[in-house]
Design a protein around this ligand. Structure first.
Ligand SMILES: Nc1ncnc2c1ncn2[C@@H]1O[C@H](COP(=O)(O)OP(=O)(O)OP(=O)(O)O)[C@@H](O)[C@H]1O
Ligand code: SF4
Ligand SMILES: [Mg+2]
Length: 674
């Protein structure tokens, strides 16, 4: 399961390989059209393997290092030979990047006559119906939201897509969005007076008709599970499905193949029942009195946990906890609400919709901790609760997604391409394959086109304290400061927790001020991700501090990024109930949870973070991992052996000298070997 696959000629017409070589070659169209383009063997070979899988309607796992150019490697065969293609990627940002930048580039160069559509989740599109209702009933509480609503009302008149990402003036996190978009529960569907103009329907229709549809993993799995925003209807006609950033699939699929119900859904329902009841069936019930006990029970469920934020498996909740009583009360009061809705539903379409929603919610709440019908299935799900500031979610998460995902892949034969820089650990795909149920499918790793040994250092500072000690966060900054200074900013500081992000930002700000260093600081949360990256690139000497969302998919080429610092090895928090249950299940099978699950996960995360540094044959830089466990623990070796083959050092002086050389020589000498 390693190395470059043999040059097979078993492609149906045998011609694709030659075409691929030409397209990616020295004299090919990519080289002619793209400045800075150089043929990369890994990229060409990967494109050939993908062409074969497409032609043979096979499954393929294609791994190639960060920055190799995997995007073009799959877009070329997909646009030429893929038939109807679904490309799914990790985030909405990467979706926009594919749709706006990469696909048009390749389409134009190849003169490929394909139509392309972008499909996002329902909550990304403005809803005419809900916007109108919000304009009319003025439920807005803050002045800020009133201003945003004015912007949105103006925007809806001019936008073609209704995609909220086009209206950057209203932040993605603004609460007003939930009042002007629909959910599967609240959409009126064909009954809606705006159905003809509806943006969700329009996006779905375009996706139906397009040759290439760009989606994201959340949408793909939410949809396959809930059959909502259109992927489920797209899938049957697709000839090729490509998952980029495929290492994220186990987590995303886990999220959606399970079931989650939130007390905020219950409260929203109560709010709507109250409003619709009063406007359409005032004499039908005492609406305030009817919803009050349901609302109280939903709130009591949250109040059963005094902590701010908590994640607990059902086994960790004491039998005497008020939680169980509140859950029973909620179930009972929901039944009373439904009994009234059954009688009043025929008086208005909106009341009928509330009735259907209430029944669905009740089913979900009942099912959450119901005894499984089949006793053998009892251990297949993890039941857990997650408390947020004002809501409580009940989750039912499958222990393994493999059987469910395999079922999805059954049926019409089609090509399934999984690509990422990090599916394998040292060429071993076992961990990924067993999570996804992709046993016996061909899996290849192509070597990186970069010469890491010459292009940079892996620096693990000496004398760092234990990562769990109190002074660790300070020690990271102390060790980082001289290196950031030598690198002249141009740094990503990637932290494993948001707390560490905030702490580091605060301390670096003070230190920069005291030392008269004018490196601009960009901190996750200060602005949207795309905007922060844009500002970082433009600054030329910035320091960006971020957590998980900056570890993946970010492409900053050249000198703007010369130093990537990672504070700690990214092990998942051991208190995660799903992780704990998975580890227990593995241990029952005689496997070691740490070795077979947590360690490979951490390695995959770390490789993603490290992969931000070198994006080009001429990029140079230092990867600094502060965590001493990389050296002191027996598993440390396995970790650094999985990372790109940088020259290694523990001496700050080596790193300072490296940056010194970088700044004095325009084409700096390679680092001395250690
Ligand atoms: N053959 C090539 N020569 C020069 N530049 C290339 C070539 N192919 C792709 N690129 C550029 O290299 C950069 C990295 O490409 P891409 O984003 O596809 O990498 P990737 O393999 O997907 O990496 P990651 O795993 O980090 O997402 C992009 O800016 C892309 O435009
Ligand atoms: S069909 Fe649904 S999403 Fe579209 S405008 Fe009507 S309620 Fe909104
Ligand atoms: Mg990529």
């Amino acid at each position: 399961m390693t190395d470059i696959p043999p040059l097979s000629t078993d492609t149906k017409d045998g011609l694709h390989h030659q075409d691929v070589e030409h397209i990616f070659g020295f004299d090919g169209p990519l080289s002619a059209a793209l400045p800075g383009y150089r043929p990369r063997q890994a990229q060409t070979e990967m494109a050939k393997a993908i062409s074969d899988a497409i032609a043979g309607q096979k499954t393929l796992l294609a791994e190639a290092g960060t920055g190799t150019g995997k995007t073009y490697a799959y877009l070329v065969p997909a646009l030429l030979w893929g038939g109807k293609v679904i490309v799914s990627t990790g985030t909405k940002n990467l979706q926009d990047q594919l749709f706006q930048r990469d696909i048009p580039t390749i389409k134009k160069i190849l003169k490929a006559p394909v139509s392309v559509a972008l499909l996002k989740g329902r909550s990304n599109y403005l809803c005419h119906y809900h916007l109108e209702r919000t304009q009319q009933n003025g439920r807005l509480t803050s002045r800020e939201d009133v201003g945003y609503l004015r912007d949105i009302s103006r925007f809806i008149k001019t936008t073609m897509t209704g995609d909220k990402s086009e209206l950057s003036r209203v932040p993605e996190t603004a609460s007003v969005w939930s009042l002007v978009t629909s959910t599967k529960d609240t959409c009126m569907g064909t009954e809606c007076q705006y159905y003809q103009d509806c943006f969700v329907m329009k996006a779905r229709k375009e996706a139906q008709q397009a040759d290439v549809v760009v989606v994201n993993h959340h949408l793909f799995f939410a949809d396959v599970a809930l059959k909502d925003t259109g992927v489920a209807e797209l899938l049957p006609s697709a000839n090729t499905v490509i998952f980029d950033e495929a290492h994220q699939l186990p987590e995303t699929a886990t999220l959606f193949f399970g079931d989650t119900v939130s007390t905020s859904q219950v409260l929203e329902l109560c709010r709507d029942v109250h409003a619709e009841g009063l406007s359409h069936a005032r004499d039908g019930a005492e609406w305030s009195k009817l919803v009050a006990p349901v609302e109280k029970a939903a709130r009591d469920l949250r109040l059963a946990f005094p902590q701010d934020i908590v994640r607990l498996s059902i086994d960790q909740i004491a039998a005497s906890s008020p939680f169980f009583e509140a859950l029973d009360t909620l179930k009972d009061s929901m039944s009373e609400l439904i009994a009234v809705l059954e009688k009043q539903a025929e008086r208005a379409e909106t009341l009928e919709q509330c009735r259907a929603r209430a029944i669905m919610l009740q089913d979900q709440i009942d099912d959450w901790n119901a005894e499984p019908k089949d006793a053998a299935k009892a251990g297949d799900y993890v039941l857990w609760v997650e408390a947020f500031s004002v809501s409580l979610q009940l989750h039912r998460t499958p222990l393994s997604i493999a059987p469910i995902f395999n079922k999805q892949r059954e049926g019409v034969p089609r090509a399934w391409i999984f690509t990422s820089a990090t599916m394998a650990v040292k060429n071993d795909f076992t961990h990924y394959v067993s999570q996804m149920g992709l046993w016996n499918e061909p899996a290849f790793t192509w070597p990186s086109p970069f010469n890491y040994q010459e292009q940079g250092y892996l620096y693990v500072p000496d004398g760092m304290p234990d990562p769990n000690s109190r002074d660790y966060a300070d020690a990271v900054i102390n060790a980082a400061l001289p290196v950031i200074t030598a690198a002249k900013g141009r740094t990503f500081l990637l932290c494993t927790t948001l707390k560490a992000v905030r702490f580091s930002a605060e301390r670096l700000k003070q230190e920069f001020e005291q030392r008269g260093l004018n490196f601009p600081l960009f901190v996750q949360g200060d602005a949207g991700r795309t905007e922060l990256l844009e500002r970082f690139r433009n600054s030329g000497n910035g320091v960006l501090i971020g957590s998980q969302s900056f570890w993946e998919g970010v492409d900053v080429r050249g000198e703007a990024l010369s130093l990537v610092i990672i504070d700690k090895l990214p092990f998942s928090p051991p208190d995660d109930p799903v992780l704990a249950a998975r580890i227990t299940a593995m241990e029952k099978k005689g496997m070691n949870g740490f070795v077979h699950h947590q360690l490979p996960e951490a390695i995959i995360n770390l490789k993603q973070g490290a992969g931000r540094l070198i994006r080009d044959e001429t990029d140079r830089g230092v990867l600094m991992i502060c965590d001493p466990r990389l050296i002191s623990k027996p598993y440390g070796k396995r970790i650094w052996q999985s990372l790109p083959g940088f020259a290694r050092t523990r001496l700050e002086s080596d790193v300072l000298a490296f940056f010194e050389r970088l700044s004095t020589e325009s084409s700096a000498a390679p680092p001395a070997k250690v």
